[in-house]
Design a protein around this ligand. Structure first.
Ligand SMILES: C[S@@+](CC[C@H](N)C(=O)[O-])C[C@H]1O[C@@H](n2cnc3c(N)ncnc32)[C@H](O)[C@@H]1O
Length: 307
């Protein structure tokens, strides 16, 4: 019993490899250990992430980022994910740089709702217009110079900051963006580092399944959150031929369906499997090229699935 408890708690108290990685803790989802939950409390920042996803990001930044690498946050929205990553670094006494990329602009469709739901309840003054970069800056001011932000379509940005020691992806909402992320960011991930695909357990982002299925030898899945996110570990540098196989132009519907079946066997929770089955239905019934927002969820699925 004592040994089991020690094993469970060891990730929190610093069981690290020389480079700072902690695969056991990641696989055990140590961010859910009671002590860790208690230490972090509720991370009250404007974010679309679940409580577990927030703790997962803190944990990964605290325990797994190798020296001499950068953290890359693709799609921080108001800055919540970047804040969690910075919090993890701070807990570890580390100063790896964090590079955050977003449009930092609300879409006119639903902008008022987003402001009322995610921004004003946190004490920000009411503002006109769609840009919200001031919210990101205010939230992450506490992390000072560690954080650099890049505004606009990520497809206009290249990665020029050396090896990535933790990659969080939360903006691959269509095939072309996914192609860009795989082409531009994946080859920079240092073997040993972790990659989080936040949208993987949404039924409308099947390109994430085909990509991670095709890369499964070099980026196997190692962990997940109950909702949405899954964690992969890079075990071999992604090369040009790996990238090429993942691009939209080279993925067939048959391959997508094979990838979906593969991942249905991987995720344990019934709700996760329900989302994956719904993804299969959407992929079977639609053209392969639809972006996230064009998949129409049939009315029968508009109720919570297995909750
Ligand atoms: C679901 S939100 C991310 C949530 C965020 N990680 C958090 O902590 O709350 C998705 C983000 O992706 C961004 N995004 C979508 N397409 C993009 C693009 N082409 N370039 C840059 N950012 C993009 C959106 O602006 C949005 O902030």
């Amino acid at each position: 019993m004592k040994a089991r408890l020690a094993k469970l708690l060891s990730p929190i108290f610093g069981r690290k490899t020389p480079e700072g990685r902690d695969l056991d803790g990641v696989m055990e989802r140590a961010w859910n250990a009671p002590d860790y939950v208690e230490q972090l409390g509720k991370l009250k920042v404007p974010t679309m992430l679940t409580d577990e996803e927030r703790r997962m990001l803190v944990y990964l930044a605290e325990h797994t980022v190798p020296e001499g690498t950068a953290i890359c946050d693709l799609g921080p929205f108001l800055g919540g994910s970047t804040f969690c990553l910075g919090t993890g670094l701070k807990r570890a006494g580390r100063s790896n740089p964090i590079h955050s990329y977003d449009l930092f602009e609300l879409s006119p469709n639903g902008a008022d709702w987003f402001k009322e739901t995610f921004i004003y309840p946190f004490g920000f003054e009411r503002f006109d217009g769609m840009e919200f970069v001031h919210v990101f800056d205010a939230i992450n001011a506490v992390h000072g110079d560690l954080v650099s932000r890049y505004t606009g379509d990520v497809q206009r940005h290249s990665w020029t900051h050396g090896d990535i020691g933790l990659l969080f992806v939360d903006l691959s909402k269509d095939w072309p963006i996914n192609d860009h992320v795989v082409r531009e960011f994946f080859p920079a991930v240092r073997p040993g580092a972790f990659v989080v695909q936040q949208d993987i357990l949404y039924p409308q982002t099947p390109w994430l399944f085909s990509t991670m299925y095709l890369l499964r030898e070099k980026m196997p899945i190692v962990s997940y959150c109950e909702y949405h996110s899954a964690v992969f570990q890079c075990v071999g540098r992604i090369g040009p031929e790996d990238v090429e196989r993942c691009l939209r132009a080279n993925v067939s519907k048959e391959l997508l369906l094979t990838a979906i079946d593969h991942f249905e066997g991987v995720f344990p929770y019934r709700l996760q499997k329900d989302y994956i089955r719904l993804m299969r239905t959407l992929v079977e019934g639609n053209p392969i090229d639809l972006p996230f927002w064009d998949y129409r969820i049939p009315p029968a699925y508009h109720v919570p699935l297995s909750l």
